[in-house]
Design a protein around this ligand. Structure first.
Ligand SMILES: [Cu+2]
Length: 264
């Protein structure tokens, strides 16, 4: 039995090497390469923490396996109890505390860039591209009419889409996030952007898509029975294409009276 557990812990350590250290090069951990400048830094932080926890995990399992092998039950042999080691306890408290402190300090720049510096991006903050309202189970998107600035309350000439967010690529943009009912989470996995949508709050979300492309937009908060189908897409496009899209949207909504229906 001891040998079985010894094998179990050793195999876990070997599997961990495969998943933790070969996985990243096989692209198992993230959906593709980060598609935003900050996303790359977030990935680097993730891999650093994975390396630290991975080494610890593998070390602990190898030691466990070895101890079970070496000191497993022997018929007739008595256990030996001792009070413990004060020095060891101090060491295994201080080392993890030191590692946590290092991570806390090391990640501060990325956290500040994501949460704080973005708030001072005057240009993007003054001109939010759209208001995104999460509700069970869809993303409602409200754009200002071309040439106008997004207002806090809906305007007569606003433009609407559902589950289909367009933004310019290659520069920082801001959307205003709200929720109409319960907690949702606005998640752009390729851009490494995730922000809770909280009823009663309007939260600016700042992101920067590197290149024109279509990305997934999903809800990352279990928000009800239809959570699984609460998905849309983000189309990041060149400024010229974005402007053309807005013109087309305005035209189509003028034509079919869609705006009144969508605004309800
Ligand atoms: Cu949701």
């Amino acid at each position: 039995m001891n040998r079985l557990w010894c094998l179990f812990f050793s195999v876990a350590a070997i599997l961990a090497v495969v998943f933790f250290y070969i996985g990243p090069s096989m692209g198992w951990w993230f959906p593709g390469v980060a598609a935003s400048p900050l996303g790359q830094q977030i990935d680097d932080l993730f891999y650093l923490i994975l390396a630290i926890t991975g080494v610890t995990f593998i070390g602990v399992h190898l030691v466990l396996g070895y101890i079970l092998w070496k000191f497993g039950e022997v018929p007739g042999k008595k256990s030996l109890y001792q009070h413990g080691s004060h020095t060891l306890e101090v060491v295994w408290s201080i080392v993890p505390a030191g590692i946590l402190l290092f991570i806390a300090l090391y990640q501060m720049d990325v956290w500040a860039a994501y949460r704080m510096k973005s708030r001072f991006d005057q240009d993007a903050m003054a001109n939010p591209v759209a208001e995104v309202t999460a509700r069970q189970f869809e993303w409602r998107i409200r754009y200002p009419a071309p040439g106008k600035v997004l207002q806090d309350t809906p305007q007569a000439d606003d433009l609407y889409t559902v589950n289909d967010l367009h933004t310019p690529a290659g520069k920082p943009v801001v959307i205003k996030l709200r929720s109409e009912d319960v907690l949702h989470s606005f998640f752009l996995p390729h851009l490494r952007v995730k922000q809770d949508a909280v009823p009663g709050l309007v939260i600016p979300v700042w992101f920067h898509a590197n290149e024109p492309k279509v990305y997934d937009l999903v809800c990352a908060e279990l928000c009800g029975w239809g959570h699984y189908k609460m998905r849309g897409q983000l189309t990041a496009q060149s400024q010229v294409d974005f402007d053309a899209y807005m013109q087309k949207l305005q035209q189509s909504q003028n034509d079919d009276g869609y705006r009144e229906a969508a605004a309800e």
